[in-house]
Design a protein around this ligand. Structure first.
Ligand SMILES: Nc1ncnc2c1ncn2[C@@H]1O[C@H](COP(=O)(O)OP(=O)(O)OP(=O)(O)O)[C@@H](O)[C@H]1O
Ligand SMILES: [Mg+2]
Length: 314
């Protein structure tokens, strides 16, 4: 066997080490989405890189018809009152995150958790619409994380299937974030699914591995918003744990339904959070807003109070 044949043979056998689900072809065919994929491998470096599996994320195709049927905003659709509302809702959050329009930049303000005190107040609805609206911003990318690890709702709401995700990264040292990220046909939107349920999910979300993972997600791209859909604060302890790592928390309150005492008890769990914005959802009392949503106040250093009042008036 010649030296060249030996080299080719070595290369073939090392390529066979790449796991079948790395989906390298899909990744190279699709537009970049600002995720954690390994950078493209230059030919000269191919041999060295083949010693390690190439980590790439998969791409999913979000069906806009499905979004419409779920009552979710459809990117690019003109004259949508829902899209208009989320344009107002995202503004103070983005201002806090990036220190725009006289708002001070909130430390770790790009890490945003959507929560509520009770089930079914509209956390997932808010997370998805907010993520879509933010992904339409020029020069911003959005990573939408399904942190409702016990009852993940993003697959059903957005219309995709995923088995692996956040929990798998935390429990399996052989799985890394790029292996489980889902890029989408919306160029600035990437999804991190919840992954397989784990009995110690609360402990995992509070673990030092999770803190490191969040720091990595936060530090890698300075233009990236990381938005977490989470479970209700008064039903599980995951959201309370996660909130301590966030720069901003959006507290969804269902209009005319959530008891004030529940909101108060939930807010007690967020006492350590500097910026908590409250979103009144499903309100019909705001003129011209059949869906509701739009009243904000904040505690801590964020300047969202004034912005929120504007959103309410809009
Ligand atoms: N502003 C809104 N307008 C219309 N429908 C809404 C609105 N907010 C929520 N919904 C609908 O209410 C239902 C519950 O919403 P969602 O699943 O977002 O709640 P959740 O707080 O995430 O629930 P869970 O606690 O189970 O995770 C869904 O069918 C959703 O489409
Ligand atoms: Mg939900």
């Amino acid at each position: 066997m010649s030296i060249i044949e030996k080299a080719l043979d070595k290369r073939r056998s090392s390529q066979a080490k790449v796991p079948p689900d790395t989906n390298a072809n899909l990744a190279s065919a699709a537009p970049p989405a600002g995720d954690l994929r390994a950078p493209p491998v230059a030919p000269a470096a191919a041999q060295a890189a083949s010693e390690h599996p190439v980590r790439t994320s998969k791409q999913i195709n979000i069906d806009f018809g499905w979004l419409r049927r779920q009552g979710i905003m459809v990117p690019g659709e003109k004259r949508s009152s829902l899209a208009e509302q989320f344009r107002h809702i995202k503004r103070p959050v983005l201002n806090n995150a990036f220190g725009q329009q006289s708002a001070a930049r909130v430390p770790k303000g790009r890490m945003i958790m959507v929560t509520s005190s009770l089930p079914k107040e509209g956390k997932t609805f808010t997370s998805v619409n907010l993520a879509l609206s933010m992904a339409l911003e020029v020069d911003r990318t959005v990573l939408l994380v399904d942190a409702d690890v016990a009852r993940p709702a993003l697959p059903r709401t957005i219309g995709f299937e995923a088995d692996r995700g956040l929990m798998d990264v935390l429990t399996d040292p052989g799985i890394e974030i790029p292996d489980v990220l889902l890029r989408t046909n919306i160029p600035n939107l990437t999804i991190l699914p919840a992954g397989r349920f784990h009995a110690q999910s609360t402990e995992l979300l509070a673990s030092s591995a999770m803190v490191r993972l969040l720091e990595d997600l936060h530090n890698r791209y300075q233009d990236r918003i990381i938005l977490f859909d989470s479970p209700p604060l008064l039903v599980t302890s995951e959201s309370g744990v996660l909130a301590t790592q966030m720069g901003q928390v959006i507290m969804v309150v269902e209009a005319d339904n959530t008891p004030a005492s529940s909101v108060e008890r939930a807010m007690e769990q967020l006492e350590g959070c500097d910026v908590v914005l409250t979103l009144l959802n499903k309100s019909t009392s705001v003129p011209g807003q059949s869906y509701g949503g739009g009243y904000y106040y904040s505690q801590g250093p964020g300047s969202a109070k004034d912005e929120g009042a504007k959103a309410h008036e809009a």
